[in-house]
Design a protein around this ligand. Structure first.
Ligand code: 1Q0
Length: 214
């Protein structure tokens, strides 16, 4: 059995997304990354077939953590300050990959696109019925969001992994917050927060023309 600190809890993820937003609606990178860490914990508890997904997420989380803990960490406190700093200092490859293949901006964009998948998937879970198929809901959410950014290989591997998802009851169990009604209630609280973080980031990236970073 997973030890306590390894065990996923939906409430914790909810809390980190709550902490993401500053009073003036900036997004704290530290908490954004912590939110993803919590989600990766969940993914890991679903089994090894999801390893290729969590590996990619972890490596992106690590790139951002390195910026946060690095020499210019104070520029990476919020997504807004990161965008400003990296653009002003020409640290972002804008058209094609060059000398900054792992900028904070392009790395975060990958997680940001995945956050849209999460939003769509959780909304489906929230409104699902007992006999709904998690694999189907997950695939639908993926096809509407992340799929268009992925190669054929990744789409195929993802499609195969989705088939290995546990059914709705087991899935809700891993969320670790009590009976299904409770899960649904918490999802109802978590979703507006996730949507808000997504939308603020989306607007910021659109404003700076960063939505297609290579
Ligand atoms: C529950 C099932 C999880 C399904 C996750 C769906 C996303 C599938 C993505 C598969 C792609 C992974 C392989 C690598 C892709 C990269 O090419 C791509 C682009 O990066 P780059 O550097 O090549 O340009 N990377 C990405 O698109 C980033 C993908 C990050 C996905 C992170 C998913 C973390 C999942 C968490 C599980 C959430 C469970 C939800 C329920 C929790 C309730 C709060």
């Amino acid at each position: 059995m997973a030890s306590e600190d390894q065990k996923f809890c939906l409430l914790e993820v909810l809390d980190t997304f709550k902490l993401c937003l500053s009073e003036n609606k900036e997004v704290y990178l530290e908490h954004y990354v912590a939110g993803w860490r919590g989600l990766v914990k969940f993914l890991n508890s679903l089994g090894a077939v999801f390893g290729f997904i969590s590996k990619d997420a972890v490596s992106k989380i690590q790139i951002l953590v390195n910026f946060l803990n690095g020499e210019h960490g104070s520029q990476y406190v919020t997504i807004q300050s990161m965008v400003k700093y990296e653009l002003e200092n020409k640290l972002v490859d804008q058209k094609k990959q060059g000398s900054h293949p792992e900028s904070g901006c392009r790395t975060l964009l990958r997680l940001h696109r995945a956050l849209r998948w999460l939003e769509l998937f959780l909304e489906r879970l929230r409104t699902s019925t007992e006999d709904s198929k998690t694999s189907f809901m997950c695939a639908e959410a993926y096809n509407e969001s992340l799929a268009k950014y992925h190669t054929w290989m990744v789409r195929t591997a993802a499609g195969m992994a989705f088939h290995m998802l546990p059914g709705r009851p087991a899935f809700f169990e891993v969320m670790n917050v009590g009976p299904p009604e409770q899960v649904v209630a918490i999802l109802g609280k978590a979703l507006p927060l996730i949507s808000e973080v997504y939308q603020i980031t989306e607007d910021l990236y659109a404003q700076h023309n960063l939505l297609d970073l290579p």
